[in-house]
Ligand binder design. Structure first.
Ligand code: ATP
Length: 259
């Protein structure tokens, strides 16, 4: 339930605009990788290329390869819907289906995939996914209540439960805590540490402490100026990026001198 990601010479475009230039990096299974860098450097854009969400924007395209255990996600004939099942995503703002029950929210992805499952299997999957997202104890007595009735932090964990219910190999998280209070943030960070035993996790974060708390590896992206493409500047163990980076721009960013 966890695959290796390898990106080779990836250029990412919005029509003619080159948003991210020539990224190559490898992400190991069962690890957490943080993407950091100033606003507009292309972290979210690059993240969305890892499950072919980028191309859902008209005119958006990529050049290069993204391999998942050696299979190129962009090879001809690959179905992007299947890619997104293998590579799940959690967004900045919790986005449960508000009127749908908590139970149905967890099952939403499974049903979208046209999977028919029995009531008993569905019950088991709901419990397993909610336990996996550290939410079961808080919601087990109100599974039929709407998702919108949960707190922001609970809603985000519900979205994580929905993402893991389809048994992905990889979980992408785009600033998953930015709309949450500090306690809910810590709950998500604890959860990320647990999920890493089963999944390859990539997280975009603006929070340096968060990157250093949760990630094994950190990729620092930067941009030379408005209209210029974002680039991967330095990629290494998180301890090295925060303790002894080799590039001055990384040092300046992680020490808070810019960005
Ligand atoms: N839908 C879009 N159409 C055109 N350009 C876009 C689109 N989304 C993002 N961009 C541009 O691509 C570049 C990278 O944006 P992106 O959101 O990936 O950066 P980011 O590092 O994630 O920023 P932030 O930290 O502020 O979220 C920016 O110049 C941005 O304006």
């Amino acid at each position: 339930m966890s695959k290796r990601i390898e990106v080779e010479d990836l250029n990412v475009y919005y029509s003619k605009f080159l948003a991210v230039e020539d990224v190559s990096l490898a992400i190991e299974p069962r690890s957490v990788t943080a993407f950091i860098g100033p606003s507009g450097c292309g972290k979210s854009t690059f993240l969305r290329t890892l499950n072919r969400m980028h191309e859902t924007i008209p005119g958006a395209r990529v050049e290069g390869k993204v391999l998942l255990n050696d299979e190129d996600l962009y090879a001809p004939g690959v179905d992007p819907v299947l890619v997104r099942r293998e590579v799940g995503m959690v967004f900045q703002r919790p986005n449960p289906f508000p009127t749908m029950s908590i139970r149905d929210n967890v099952l939403a992805g499974v049903k979208l995939n046209n999977k028919r499952i029995s009531k008993t299997d569905a019950d088991d999957l709901v419990e397993k996914s909610l336990r996996g997202a550290n939410l079961w104890n808080e919601v087990k007595d109100r599974l039929e209540k709407p998702g919108a009735g949960l707190s922001g932090g609970q809603q985000q964990r519900l979205c994580i439960a929905r993402a893991i219910a389809v048994s992905p190999e990889v979980l992408l998280m785009d600033e998953p805590c930015s709309a949450l209070d500090p306690i809910s943030t810590l709950a998500i960070e604890d959860l990320i540490a647990e999920l890493k035993q089963d999944y390859t996790i990539v997280i975009v974060t603006h929070n340096m402490q968060q990157a250093s708390r949760v990630s094994d590896k950190t990729a620092f992206f930067n941009i030379a100026g408005t209209g210029k493409p974002g680039k991967l500047i330095e990629y290494n163990d998180t301890a090295t990026i925060f303790g002894a980076p080799t590039v001055q721009a990384t040092e300046d960013y992680v020490s808070g001198r810019f960005g």
